[in-house]
Design a protein. Structure first.
Length: 56
C-alpha cells in the first residue's frame, strides 16, 4: 500500500480573483428587470391603449 504520509505534497494553487459577477448584483438586476416589465405591463401599455386583458 502507498504510504501517503511520505508522499510529496503540492503547494495549494494561488488564489485568483473570481471573474463571476456578484450574486447580489445578479439579484438586483433581476429585480430591476422584473420591476421594469411590471411598469410597462400595467402602466405604460394601458396608457398607450394596449389593454393587458384585450384580445385581438
Amino acid at each position: 500500500m502507498l504510504d501517503l504520509a511520505a508522499a510529496p505534497t503540492r503547494p495549494p494553487p494561488a488564489a485568483q480573483p473570481s471573474t463571476a459577477p456578484s450574486l447580489w448584483l445578479v439579484a438586483a438586476l433581476l429585480i430591476a428587470h422584473q420591476a421594469a416589465l411590471t411598469v410597462i405591463h400595467y402602466i405604460v401599455g394601458p396608457a398607450m391603449g394596449l389593454d393587458p386583458a384585450s384580445e385581438r
